[in-house]
Design a protein around this ligand. Sequence first.
Ligand code: PEP
Ligand code: MN
Length: 337
Amino acid sequence: MIITLKDNVNPAELASLKERLINEGFQLVPAQGTHYSIIGIIGDTASLDKRQIESLDIVEKVSRIQEPFKKANRKFHPDDTIVDVGGVKIGGGHFAIMAGPCSVETPEQVLATARAVKEAGATILRGGAFKPRTSPYSFQGMGPSGLELLLLAKKETGLPIVSEVMDPSQLQYFDEVDMLQIGARNMQNFTLLKEVGKLKKPVLLKRGLCATYEEWLMAAEYIMSEGNEQIVLCERGIRTFETKTRNTLDVTAIPMIHELSHLPIIMDPSHAAGMSRMVRPLSLASTGGGADGLMIEVHNDPAKALCDGPQALRPDQFAALTKDVFALRQIVENGLA
Ligand code: PEP
Ligand code: MN
């Protein structure tokens, strides 16, 4: 971290800032330039509040040299993290497709969809039992009994399951759920992040609607700082000025997250565009762009879905898509030449 000082600083205030930093264990490297004097701070500056130092009268600006995320940072952990979800690996060359309905509705719906997505090559079953809906009057999910239905489908198909937890009080129902999903709206629910950080269960951390890469990785850092390093990041579309689509899928996130972090990143084309006809091109773009997997909403009867029907694929559309995704994945793995 580098502190740039203002001209003609008050010597007593400068001495007090230096003393404070030295007492906190930092090594200081002052340098005098023609126009500015600066102080380089050496040490783990993650705990320093940049804005607090910047608010001092003697300080012109404070610049961070290193990113504030440490455990999620590729610089300190060069090898790809491989996350294991009930025996299914994601990251480090392992590609996984999570698929299933937006929300769990009936035994027939979950079982029919689960059988179909497995047949088409999905390796993890998704389904929401606790639903974060924009309107309090919309279907809020089945709650714990929805998780029971997912477990039934897991038993029959052998597919591990991923489901969203919205609040720490719901964690008691997730013992047999293989992966915990933190939804976009909860990406900065720090209490929830810390609680799932204490568990030994993989976490699917969705990107917040307006979150920067750094905010997203700092959310992962919250989970990792409590001891849980099994995290898969999921880009699900961000809010932009565009109104034709529900959100805008940020494909740039794939190479950028791979550069910044060792954590795997999967893409959710369903929530990105909000339209079933966009799922195929966005899935192919994501696969071609090097994503570690996909999360796709599939419903056995989308027209009757209680949640997100317009973006759900029918099983036959999903099967046609996975065939092409796997073919494209082969090319990504082997190279074009
Ligand atoms: C979901 O996966 O069903 C969901 C609600 O996703 P998001 O948090 O990305 O909106
Ligand atoms: Mn949904």
